[in-house]
Design a protein around this ligand. Structure first.
Ligand SMILES: [Zn+2]
Ligand SMILES: [Zn+2]
Length: 243
């Protein structure tokens, strides 16, 4: 082990990113009798690897440095540009997560942003709707919803984000994220048994209500109400299920 450590140190000194990352891990975890644990040294090595263009090191720095949002965003954004394939998805999900959970914006407009969260997580779900076992799709769904709450009254036809949001929540469940189940049934139960056009409830009516076969979320007392709602804007909402 000692010999290997010396070997990696030499490679690291010559600026070999994988060696720098490996050493960073050794310093982070420590090896009894060989490497003394040091988070400062681990960080220095990661920073060097990141500065040399190693996207794994950038993501690592961003993920472990979440307390300092600015630095985390800096490294995750670098990774967004440098990384390819799966690593790019890691960077984008991380960026989305940082913007979704950051503190409210400061006077410079830096901080939580549903817009940016949607933007970055959108990259992930577009390239792979099942990414991270559905966690990405679920976060995308939430970001859509929160973004809509920021911007306009939720149930406005033509601007209603609910069908799109539930579409992604269902994708999330299909990809294996069981947490999505409760969210979906809560969203569905809010609309069940109520005509989304005239507001009549199924109890007040003697007819069986019809459900929109496409989004499977909105219900109607009659064909007439369904058509009216479609023309009033549901055709836009119901079809915009893709990001
Ligand atoms: Zn109706
Ligand atoms: Zn629909």
């Amino acid at each position: 082990m000692k010999k290997a450590f010396e070997h990696y140190k030499l490679s690291a000194e010559q600026g070999h990113p994988p060696a720098l990352c490996y050493l960073a891990r050794l310093y982070k975890e420590g090896v009894p009798g060989v490497v003394k644990r040091s988070s400062a040294k681990a960080n220095t090595h990661l920073k060097q690897a990141a500065d040399l263009g190693d996207s794994g090191a950038m993501i690592n720095l961003a993920a472990t440095g979440r307390d300092d949002t600015k630095t985390a965003v800096k490294y995750a954004t670098l990774a967004h540009h440098y990384a390819t394939g799966k690593t790019a998805n890691n960077a984008n999900l991380l960026l989305g997560d940082i913007f979704q959970k950051a503190k409210p914006q400061d006077e410079n407009g830096f901080g939580k942003s549903n817009n940016l969260a949607m933007h970055y997580i959108g990259f992930v779900v577009k390239s792979d709707p099942t990414a991270f076992n559905g966690v990405a799709a679920s976060q995308y769904s939430r970001a859509l919803m929160e973004q809509a709450e920021d911007l306009y009254p939720m149930h406005m036809s033509g601007l209603n984000v609910i069908p799109r949001s539930i579409y992604w929540m269902r994708k999330s469940l299909a990809a294996g994220n069981l947490d999505a189940k409760g969210v979906i049934s809560r969203m569905e139960s809010m609309e069940t048994g109520k005509c989304s056009a005239c507001g009549m409830t199924e109890e007040e009516s003697d007819k069986k209500f019809l459900r929109c076969g496409r989004c499977k979320i909105y219900w109607y007392c009659s064909k007439k109400c369904q058509l009216a709602s479609w023309e009033a804007g549901h055709k836009v909402d119901c079809k915009s299920t893709f990001c």
